[in-house]
Design a protein around this ligand. Structure first.
Ligand code: ATP
Ligand code: MG
Length: 426
């Protein structure tokens, strides 16, 4: 992508309304634009990150055998009356009427819709276990939308729903998804702490929230300090659920099973939440199946959320410095920043064009700063945007064929021949 023709409306000034780093940086780096309170347009740079997160989330869901669907954002009130949640949900629900006066709503979550779908097609234990998921926009009319996309009113969520015949099978599904979440967050460059949680409004018996630690987190969490040195790629359900970690409302100092010297208390950002809730929805919405014994029973269910749009902010909270964002490679909008400091020079243009073509032909995503701007502006913009690698073509390149390569995370710089760039960033 050539920066001279890209739509990247970066801001020099820090927007006054942004209270936390990720919100400030997302606005300054031209990733989103606020339309009204808690509602955003995703601009090209922000959308690239959102899509990378979605891809990783989907890959990990598919890997454990979940099937992707897409449910509507608009739902009939009737389904929510069946589960008795229509009135209970209160003011967070955006209620709408169609032209015939029928009551509709913009989905804040999808238990009712998915249970209705499954009730129509699943009739036998042979069709189970089954987990369906989607990535879809939700609307919750939050009292206090804030921190940019972290607490929006319209936000993107991965929501999955599991259906099992019995408790044992439901628990095994829950475990599988628990482990898969830890792997998903690790791939996103995050250490997520699975805290025992109150199952709250959705209701149920077993629930974990996944938090990343950040001073700006909205929740208080308590956890065994061993979580900080776990091998996140290999952490299992057994380890993850045997180590102590609890959300504020579940933590009782006097009952805490670990010594205070091992206990950490911190602020957390909730990036995922999983629940097991038995037959709470399957019963009223009629999702039943015939078991091997010939008896028809209501299905055991769980639901599993990941805050996809919140993650964009969360990843930035965990990965930035005073100059800007530092993207983990897996979600970076581009991998390489190619900075031409001699953009008006024909020879430099030719060198950069060739390098750009070489890298892109190897499927490396490059943002090529071909603008005729001051070096200081170019460096500041690229540090703000935070791509993992910066390749700098300047006077030296014209004289000796050497470029400078900077690693955005470590700040380390090296000089190498322009032909060797692919070896470093590839
Ligand atoms: P919170 O406690 O932060 O309000 P929640 O417990 O109400 O979240 P869930 O119903 O568990 O949210 O939704 C699943 C996930 O969706 C959450 O873990 C979070 O990552 C994300 N999420 C929830 N509300 C919002 C929001 N207003 N804006 C962005 N993401 C959200
Ligand atoms: Mg939650």
């Amino acid at each position: 992508m050539r920066l001279s023709t890209y739509f990247l409306p970066t801001l020099k000034e820090t927007p006054a309304e942004a209270q936390i780093a990720s919100h400030r940086l997302m606005l300054r780096a031209g990733m989103v634009n606020q339309e009204t309170s808690g509602i955003y347009t995703w601009l090209p740079m922000g959308l690239r990150v959102l899509e990378k997160i979605q891809k990783i989330v989907c890959e990990e869901q598919d890997r454990i055998g979940c099937h992707k669907v897409l449910m509507p954002t608009i739902q009939p009130a009737e389904l929510w009356r069946k589960s008795s949640r229509y009135e209970d949900y209160g003011k967070e629900m955006l209620r709408i009427q169609d032209r015939h006066g029928r009551e509709m709503l913009y989905g804040p979550t999808n238990e009712e819709v998915i249970t209705d779908v499954v009730s129509q097609y699943v009739k036998s234990y042979r069709q189970l276990p089954l987990t369906l998921y989607q990535i879809q926009w939700k609307f919750r009319d939050e009292v206090r939308p804030r921190f940019g996309v972290m607490r929006g009113r319209e936000f993107l969520m991965k929501d999955g729903y599991s259906f099992d015949l019995d408790l044992e099978s439901a628990k095994s599904t829950y475990r599988k998804i628990f482990e898969s979440y830890l792997r998903t967050f690790a791939r996103l460059g995050l250490t997520a702490i699975p805290v025992r949680a109150d199952s709250g409004a959705i209701g149920g018996d077993m629930s974990h929230e996944f938090h990343i630690v950040a001073p700006t987190g909205e929740s208080a969490i308590y956890y065994d300090k061993a979580f900080e040195s776990l091998d996140v790629d290999n952490i299992s359900y057994e380890v993850g659920s045997s180590l102590y970690a609890a959300a504020d409302e579940m933590h009782k100092a006097e009952e805490c099973p670990i010594p205070t010297s091992d206990l950490k208390s911190a602020r957390g950002i909730e990036i995922g939440h999983i629940f097991y809730f038995g037959t709470k929805y399957s019963e009223p919405l009629g999702a039943k199946a015939v078991g091997p014994d010939g008896k028809t029973i209501a299905l055991e269910m769980g639901s599993y959320g990941i805050g996809v749009s919140r993650l964009v902010g969360g990843i930035i909270e965990a990965n930035h410095d005073e100059k800007g964002i530092i993207w983990p490679e897996s979600v970076a909008p581009f991998k390489v920043a190619l900075i031409n400091l001699k953009a008006a020079d024909v020879k430099a243009q030719e060198l950069c064009d060739n390098l750009f073509n070489t890298l892109t032909s190897k499927n490396i995503e490059v943002l090529y700063d071909d603008r005729d701007e001051r070096a200081g502006t170019k460096f500041a913009d690229m540090d703000l945007i935070g791509l993992p690698w910066q390749v700098i073509v300047g006077n030296k390149t014209l004289e000796t064929g050497m470029v400078e390569i900077k690693n955005r995370r470590t700040g380390e710089k090296q000089e190498i021949a322009i032909e060797k760039v692919l070896e470093v960033v590839g």
